[in-house]
Write a protein that binds this ligand. Structure first.
Ligand code: FMN
Length: 305
């Protein structure tokens, strides 16, 4: 059987997760696994500078597609499964992945295919996955599974460690803070999800993939982060419009507003996060049932119309 893995990883963290996750398939004689890195013509730098990092905000938020480098997929192969491995930028799929999903080539690659998504993000991915669900539906692909790995540290702690990692390329622990990103044990343990995918492929039964993955803890959702994410996304749209009024990605004219965002966003996160932790605790008591059904929805693959 043939599996295509489409991914974009900047620091290599997501690629490492994809390698571990897919290791049971790679090691199996009956499986052929092809990894294809997708890239936009514009190369996003790593480490980022303050301005390049925040300048990617509007196009991430609005899902503006960029020109892609040639997508190196062997069209003569009829893949049984596509694994779409992506990271999240500003609550949306990263620009390279969002661009892929809107690229002409994607309709040929994805049409009629079964897809498993693999997410490696800081901790807020729920609304990005909704966007990916929409793209996959438009591409006539069928989403059958989702596996999510996140940084399990407290929200504010992971904001500090990721900023240091993204801007200085330093991932190591410092001043009592843990190392940035997803912990190595979680990466190693993601192999168990690959075991599930392999077993389902071999039995030629992909019908209950998500159920089996969820039994292994593939999608854990923190209700307070969902509430925070929903609040943030509204603000992101407002601020995104404010930025794009001054021009597009390559326009220097908007850099003043980008610079302002680079201060406002971290300050906003530090004010909003504790407030939301408290309010979401209250909401989770008052709206227990509603929130539980919301979480159930995000743990599966259908798309709310
Ligand atoms: C510009 C940018 C914005 C990001 N925004 C989010 C976000 O909204 N939610 C989240 O969980 N992670 C976010 N992250 C973290 C990424 O999802 C990812 O974990 C990190 O960039 C490492 O991925 P890599 O494998 O590509 O190196 C962001 C990263 C970047 C570079």
């Amino acid at each position: 059987m043939k599996v295509l893995v489409l991914y974009y990883s900047q620091t290599g963290q997501l690629k490492e997760i994809a390698n571990k996750f897919l290791s049971p398939l790679v090691q199996d004689d009956q499986m052929e696994v092809d990894f294809v890195r997708v890239e936009t013509e514009h190369e996003f730098p790593f480490p980022w500078t303050r301005l390049t990092f925040f300048n990617a905000f509007p196009e991430s938020v609005f899902g503006v597609p960029f020109k892609m480098k040639p997508i190196d997929v062997d069209r003569s192969k009829d893949y049984d499964l596509i694994v779409l491995a992506y990271t999240v930028w500003y609550l949306n799929p990263s620009i390279p992945i969002s661009s892929l999903l809107q690229n002409e080539a994607a309709s040929k690659i994805f049409a009629g295919k079964k897809v498993v998504t693999l997410i490696g993000s800081r901790n807020m991915w729920v609304l990005a996955q909704e966007r990916v669900k929409r793209h996959l539906k438009d591409l006539k692909a069928e989403l059958i599974g989702n596996v999510v790995l996140i940084d399990r540290n407290k929200n504010l702690v992971s904001i500090i460690t990721i900023i240091r990692w993204m801007f200085y390329g330093k991932k190591n622990p410092f001043w009592g803070f843990p190392s940035a990103g997803i912990i190595q044990e979680d990466i190693e343990a993601s192999k168990r999800f690959g075991d599930v995918v392999l077993a389902r492929l071999k039995q030629n039964d992909l019908s209950d993939m998500q159920e089996k993955l969820n039994a292994e803890g593939a999608v854990e959702i923190n209700p307070s982060l969902v509430i925070l994410e929903k609040r943030a996304t509204k603000l992101f749209h407002m601020y995104g419009k404010f930025l794009t009024r001054k021009g597009g990605f390559f326009d220097e004219e908007r850099l003043g507003r980008v610079s302002l965002l680079s201060y406002l966003l971290p300050i906003g996160a530090f004010i909003l996060s504790p407030v939301t932790t408290l309010s979401s605790f209250l909401i989770s008591i008052i709206k227990r049932k509603e929130l539980a059904s919301e979480i159930r929805y995000y743990k599966q693959n259908s798309l709310r119309e």
